[in-house]
Design a binder for this molecule. Structure first.
Ligand SMILES: *Cc1c(COP(=O)(O)O)cnc(C)c1O
Length: 350
């Protein structure tokens, strides 16, 4: 090893689901939304004034923050925006988790949490989910440097009620509790009503799933003004201009169109219901989902075999080679048509 290499920051990077680009593929592997963003986003694109690109964007992302505030009933000083919720979460880890006590998150959850903990040298402990993949809340009633819970959880799709989150907050008045609500719009229960009572609660959401805009890279967090200010101070200390000019306008239009948002969610939840039923009839165990994906395991046929067979037909789903979940498959909910083709293929595979 070269002398300078010893000084490199060593980290095992997060591995996202593959992003194939095959003609005729059905892509159900990274929980993208199968429907387009609000038509108002298209309109904003057509009308976007190129001259705006000449200038640096508004450092406070005011129009976007105001639109989020309007839709979610919050003040500007309770909202942080970033380049995807990955950026928001990474900033939150960097900002809040500088203690010596370990932070806590479940052993089976969004695998980026562990990567950020390693990147920033944050000590962490990962309490095991129960056999049925539910979170045992008592595991979070111990001394800690912070808590991160995805609700609904990924890749399990299970959600916790607001009472459980409240309980966890009641037992953790001394540390920041982050609730990652990337999937909450698909049938979970948001912790938003708890914000007024808990100054240490940070709720993180994203445009990537329910707003059909994974490609735009916008995420946001809701929290007490003191938390939001601390995050902005950190953000402005390494890169002030993260949110680009077009994203500000397109994101604003998306979040204002609450009617379209709701219609899209309802379509996906309806599709999820019949796909879950069909998979059960094929002998799959289907975890009750509050997300835009299903987490399933077949009683007889190994998950990896099914994954490979679908892949050969250019139908992409997700398989994790990880202990406890390596016989499960995560399947994003696509359009009805896509799910019909998927079901025909998976029927053949088993
Ligand atoms: C998809 C996802 C995110 C990040 O999404 P962005 O595209 O970066 O906004 C964060 N947390 C969970 C649990 C996710 O599934």
């Amino acid at each position: 090893m070269k002398q300078w290499e010893e000084n490199f920051r060593k980290v095992v990077p997060y591995v996202p689901g593959e992003q194939p680009n095959q003609p005729g593929m059905i892509k159900l592997n990274t929980n993208e939304n199968p429907y387009p963003p609000s038509p108002n986003v298209k309109k904003a694109m057509d009308e976007f004034d190129m001259d705006k690109l000449r200038l640096y964007p508004d450092i406070s992302s005011t129009i976007l923050v105001e639109a989020l505030g309007e839709t979610y009933g919050l003040n500007k000083d309770q909202i942080f925006v970033g380049v995807g919720s990955d950026d928001v979460l990474a900033t939150a880890f960097l900002t809040f988790f500088n203690g010596t006590e370990p932070i806590l998150f479940p052993d089976i959850s969004y695998s980026f949490y562990e990567v950020w903990a390693q990147l920033y040298h944050i000590p962490y402990v990962t309490p095991s989910l129960m056999e049925d993949f539910t979170i045992k809340r008592e595991d979070y009633y111990r001394k800690n440097g912070g808590i991160v819970i995805a609700n609904p959880n990924a890749p399990t799709s299970l959600s916790l009620g607001i009472d459980a989150i409240k309980d966890i907050l009641e037992h953790n008045k001394e540390s920041v509790v982050i609730i990652d609500e990337a999937y909450v719009d698909f049938g979970g229960e948001s912790s938003l009503p708890l914000l007024k009572d808990y100054e240490n609660l940070l709720i993180v959401q994203t445009f990537s799933k329910s707003y059909s805009m994974a490609g735009i890279r916008i995420g946001y967090a809701f929290g007490a003004p003191s938390l939001i200010k601390a995050m902005n101070d950190v953000k402005y200390s390494y890169n002030s201009y993260t949110m680009n000019q077009p994203s500000l306008y397109y994101g604003t239009e998306a979040v204002k169109d609450t009617k379209y948002h709701k219609e899209t969610l309802e379509k996906i939840m309806k599709t999820r219901t019949w796909v879950a039923e069909s998979l059960k009839n094929l002998g799959f165990k289907v975890i009750p989902s509050s997300a835009n994906f299903l987490f399933v395991s077949h009683e007889e046929v190994p998950a990896e075999k099914i994954y490979e067979e679908l892949r050969a037909k250019k139908i992409y789903i997700r398989h994790f080679k990880k202990p406890r979940i390596d016989n499960y498959l995560r399947i994003t909910i696509g359009t009805d048509r896509e799910m019909e083709v998927f079901l025909a293929a998976i029927t053949e595979a088993i």
